[in-house]
Ligand binder design. Structure first.
Ligand code: ASP
Length: 341
């Protein structure tokens, strides 16, 4: 396994192919642990992992906490509704409070993009050794979801050896509210890095043309793209055409909480045009898996029947795989002693 070079994990734009390989390799070992009879590893004994979620979460927070416990870390959890946020405390002061209590890793979720990155910078400036793992920031990035989706796909294509090689030349269709989705953005970095082509499908109000160029340049503040050649990104507006030749489908929730104008007037019409169902997946011409990061609006982005059909729908498997992926991330961060980004 290569040397891990990320002090904090904020975004996947700076991940090399080696980074993806290391995460998938380690996650695959952790996924197999229950079969060996080992439920817990002592690796992070004495370390404190704090989940600092300023925005609601069902899956990500509990998955990180379980992952940390599986590595024998101590776990501390911040609840925004009963905290001093209500008394006007800033996210930085909240973070510094947990740093003062000895947090080694802060897993941060916030509705504003870049809060985890700003916290990372401010903590470094303050001389704190605490590392930041982004648990989802606004519409910017959700690295652990992008990685668990990548692993779920690699595992689906080859459960014996789920490596990044499984993505080479695959056609992955992402359908829905791309504009507001941090999950789509993280998947775009991860999938194209591993050599998959991505077809984006959605109405213009939720999928601007500029997304075809999303990975063409590293984001501000990052000088180089560590990936030599990425897969391509296409936009196809018709679901029928987009699904033609697909190897997998990712559906996305309509992020109503991030829409500051009424971008969709008719949910029924949206379901007819972009909802993924047993009927529409026939357009793929072969059996392909359907994913969704959750929470799902049943009957909007995916039919209830498809959601419950575990021979096609990988939603539960995504949740299950989130634990070994997050164990891998915590392990890599906690065991590296580097000080640069
Ligand atoms: N759970 C994912 C996220 O936090 C997806 C969603 O909320 O739709 O971004």
């Amino acid at each position: 396994m290569s040397r891990w070079s990320h002090r904090h994990i904020i975004d996947l734009s700076n991940f090399s192919l080696e980074d993806y390989r290391s995460v998938l390799e380690l996650a695959n070992k952790f996924k197999a642990l229950p079969q060996t009879g080992a439920r817990k590893l002592p690796t992070l004994q004495g370390r404190l992992v704090t989940t600092l979620f300023f925005e609601p979460s069902t899956r990500t927070r509990s998955s990180f906490e379980l992952a940390a416990r599986n590595l024998s870390a101590d776990v501390q959890s911040f609840a925004p509704t009963s905290s001093s946020l209500n008394k006007g405390e800033t996210p930085l002061d909240t973070a510094l409070t947990y740093v003062a209590m000895g947090a080694d890793i802060l897993v941060v979720r916030h509705s504003s993009p870049n809060v985890p990155a700003l916290l990372a910078k401010s903590l470094e400036k303050a001389g704190a050794q605490t590392k930041i793992l982004n648990g989802g920031d606004g519409l910017h990035s959700h690295p652990s979801q992008g990685l668990l989706d990548l692993y779920t796909l690699a595992y689906h294509f080859n459960s014996k050896e789920p490596t990044t090689n499984e993505l080479i030349g695959k056609r992955i269709v992402i359908v829905g509210d791309i504009l507001h989705s941090r999950v789509a953005r993280s998947n775009l970095w991860a999938l194209t890095a591993c050599g998959a082509d991505v077809v984006l499908c959605g109405p213009p109000s939720l999928l601007p043309e500029a997304f075809t160029k999303f990975v063409d340049n590293p984001p501000p503040g990052q000088t180089l793209d560590p990936i030599g050649q990425r897969g391509k990104i296409f936009i196809i507006r018709s679901l029928k055409e987009a699904l033609h030749g697909a190897d997998a489908i990712m559906t996305l929730r309509l992020q109503k909480e991030r829409m500051n104008q009424n971008l969709l007037s008719d949910l029924y019409r949206y379901h007819v045009d972009y909802g993924v169902t047993h009927e529409s997946i026939k357009w793929c011409e072969k059996k392909v898996p359907v994913m969704h990061p959750g929470p799902v609006n049943r009957g909007v982005e995916m039919s209830g029947a498809l959601l419950e059909d575990q021979s096609i729908c990988l939603v539960q498997e995504q949740v299950t795989n989130g634990i070994p992926i997050r164990m891998a991330l915590l392990y890599l961060m906690a065991s590296s002693e580097i000080n640069e980004h």
